[in-house]
Design a protein around this ligand. Structure first.
Ligand SMILES: [Zn+2]
Length: 201
């Protein structure tokens, strides 16, 4: 049985393919339909034990419904669910972050080369499809790659990867068998309507 070590690039593919398996089948946009759905999911992952004040740490919070922000009942500090996180001060809304994170996970692994590592969905593609400035897309991509990549904190991947996916018994994580299994299990890439339109001119 061939049991060589995986290369760095193969390990990276194992990482992204494992995340891909855990994305909602119907797509992130259909799974998280409303701002409220997205906000609640983000809050649940960011604070699994319930939200706390980002200034004083108190869990005694009220909600200012109209602005969808928390207000601390101890120190009066008001903050949004994304304040102080990697999404802090972003002009892109939660829907944009969810979509960008999904695109980065689903798209860009062209194979087994260095190419796949460097060119996981481009900033320009993100900008075009989200309808945002290139600079904003570039920033978004950089933050998401660092967060969701191997060794990252994985906040946004945890937020959108809602499916539980077990590796079959007997397959050692990050082994060649794991790589082969993930590769064989992958479904063909799903095309965004935008891409189809581009392809069809
Ligand atoms: Zn406080």
């Amino acid at each position: 049985m061939n049991s060589r070590e995986l290369t760095e690039i193969e390990l990276e593919n194992v990482h992204w393919w494992s995340l891909e398996r855990r994305l909602p089948v119907e797509g992130v946009e259909r799974y998280f339909r409303t701002d409220k759905d997205r906000r609640e999911r983000f809050i649940k992952v960011r604070w699994p034990d319930g939200p706390v004040c980002i200034k004083c740490g108190s869990g005694n919070l009220g909600i200012v419904e109209t602005r969808a922000v928390f207000q601390c009942k101890e120190c009066r500090h008001q903050f949004s669910p994304t304040a102080g996180s990697i999404l802090h001060r972003s002009r892109v809304d939660l829907a944009g972050w969810f979509r960008a994170a999904e695109m980065i996970i689903r798209e860009g692994d062209a194979g087994f080369s260095e190419y796949s590592r460097r060119y996981r969905v481009s900033s320009q593609t993100l900008a075009d499809r989200l309808g945002i400035e290139y600079v904003a897309a570039h920033r978004l991509r950089k933050i998401l790659l660092a967060d969701m990549g191997r060794g990252g904190a994985g906040l946004m991947s945890e937020v959108i990867c809602i499916v539980t996916s077990e590796t079959p018994a007997g397959i050692v994580p990050d082994s060649l068998a794991h790589f082969d299994w993930l590769f064989a299990e992958r479904s063909p890439p799903s095309f965004d309507e935008d891409i189809l339109r581009t392809l069809m001119g």
